[in-house]
Design a protein around this ligand. Structure first.
Ligand code: ZN
Length: 498
């Protein structure tokens, strides 16, 4: 039986190699490739993706999984071996349900829609994007038909395995109820961040990013930092972590973007090396991944203890801009809460309302209760209701995100789930490391990094997202700690207890 297991591992290793090669092509596309090669690259990527899918969904892997059932039952269910068989079987059965021509049509439709969306957004012209959206939704309906279950749950499962829409709705309803008045309160007590409306030369920002990454604990022997248009983290196994950032003179966004991507990269870096070259060698879900990026960006990087260590260096780099601004004022400015039109620019509180709006619209799209041509109107009404702002045009409204052009329905909820999970884990971190704030003030982040590695990262994908959350946070999904954190923050910023 051991030989069959080794044979399964060997085949999965090949699939993992192919998948890494495909992702490497994508990284290269975003970071290095001359733009003229885009057409050729699309062919190369499609070939690799097809080979990966064929290898993985092969009858041989199915037969090995079947033969290994008695072996699996004899194993400790928490062991790497049992997890590998269990997760592979789930992935394999799911992948086999979708005909490869449908997958091809979906990726072709996404590739066709992308430039149409870019153009439509530029011109704020929803009508020109509508046919692509109709096509994507039609394909998604066919995709849903491949499975049994509630339609939106099936979409969600691609990003947050096992999560059901009612569970998400319960958490989001709680957020909505609590956050709307909180946002009103913040609006009534605006924070002064006018000193950030100036120029911060990129050269100094680059140097500061390295200072932060050195202290956070990256090892350039296994990591890279590159520049990109849309920052993301890439990994090709635990020994090759490539994060990216974006520089602009008119703010310090690059620093927070780097901290965010570091959080994603660290999760991949600290997966147990024993899981290398297998389907288990990555984070458990998008929500858990986002919990890690948001933790480093917001709970560390926007916290006062971190700033007490880092801010003097920031002032030294930008004496004219920040020399006369004290750390408390800077802290308030980078935590400012103010409703705005664009999700990716939103603060920690209002961000969730952007996500909830999309989650509600997506469900209406899938259950057919909204006609696609009415989306802009529905979008604008919800923006008014949740954030109190008028949307001047579709470019800054319904057309702002790339997700729907690629058929990515069901993805958005994971962003806010990440916020919620990050605070559940943070509570455990603080219990385990009582002097965390003192460590941060000294610029020491090793204890946090190691705790996360030991209690979360090393598991990779061995357990479902829900099981993983329970292992690391000791409870199921719970918005309580996150709401508590946000209320404290708003209270601090508005100078009164919330
Ligand atoms: Zn992220």
């Amino acid at each position: 039986m051991k030989e069959k297991f080794e044979e399964l591992k060997r085949r999965l290793g090949e699939v993992a190699d192919l998948s890494c090669a495909s992702q490497l092509l994508d990284w290269d596309h975003q970071v290095l490739m001359p733009a003229g090669a885009a057409g050729l690259r699309a062919e190369e990527s499609a070939t690799l993706d097809r080979l990966t899918h064929e290898r993985f969904t092969s009858d041989e892997i199915g037969r090995l999984l079947e033969d290994l059932r008695p072996y699996e039952e004899s194993l400790d269910q928490d062991s790497d071996e049992a997890s590998l068989i269990r997760v592979t079987r789930r992935d394999w059965e799911k992948a086999r349900k979708v005909p490869s021509d449908l997958l091809g049509e979906m990726s072709h439709a996404a590739a066709t829609a992308l430039p149409v969306w870019v153009e439509a957004r530029k011109n704020s012209d929803f009508a020109s994007f509508l046919p692509c959206l109709e096509r994507n939704v039609e394909l998604k309906r066919r995709y849903i038909e491949c499975f049994e279950g509630e339609p939106y749950d099936i979409l969600l499962d691609d990003y947050e395995e096992g999560m059901k829409a009612p569970e998400v709705r319960e958490v989001f309803d709680e957020l909505k109820r609590e956050l709307v008045p909180l946002i009103e309160k913040a609006k009534a007590n605006p924070v002064d961040d006018s000193f950030l409306e100036t120029k911060f030369p990129v050269e100094q920002q680059r140097a500061l990013n390295t200072v932060i990454l050195d202290r956070f604990g990256w090892d350039p022997n296994y990591w890279r930092l590159d520049e990109i248009v849309h920052p993301a983290a890439y990994s090709f196994g635990t020994m090759d972590i490539r994060i990216t950032t974006r520089y602009a003179e008119d703010g310090l966004e690059s620093l927070y973007s780097t901290m965010h991507e570091f959080g994603h990269g660290l999760y991949e870096r600290q997966v147990d090396p024993a899981l290398e070259r297998s389907p288990l060698c990555s984070g458990a879900s998008l929500g858990l991944h986002e919990s890690q990026s948001r933790m480093w960006e917001n709970l560390v990087g926007r916290g006062l203890p971190f700033l007490r260590w880092f801010y003097p260096q920031l002032q030294e780099a930008f004496p004219q801009q920040l020399g006369s601004v004290d750390v408390e004022s800077f802290y308030r400015a980078v935590n400012k809460i103010q409703p705005s039109l664009i999700r990716v620019d939103a603060d920690q509180v209002t961000y969730n309302m952007h996500v909830i709006l999309r989650f509600e619209l997506e469900q209406a799209i899938i259950d057919g209760s909204i006609a696609l041509e009415d989306l802009p109107e529905a979008w604008n009404a919800k923006m008014k209701e949740y954030l109190g702002i008028d949307v001047p045009d579709d470019r800054r409204g319904v057309l702002q995100d790339v997700h729907w052009s690629g058929g990515g329905l069901g993805y958005f909820p994971t962003y806010s789930l990440g916020n919620v999970i990050s605070l559940q884990i943070w509570g455990k971190v603080r219990e385990a490391i009582p002097d965390l704030d003192d460590q941060f003030e000294r610029g020491e982040f090793g204890a946090l990094r190691e705790w996360l590695g030991e209690n979360l990262h090393r598991y990779g994908r061995k357990f479902t997202p829900m099981e993983t959350i329970e292992r690391v946070a000791g409870s199921s999904l719970d918005a309580g700690p996150y709401l508590h954190y946000l209320k404290d923050k708003v209270g601090e910023l508005t100078g009164a207890a919330a």
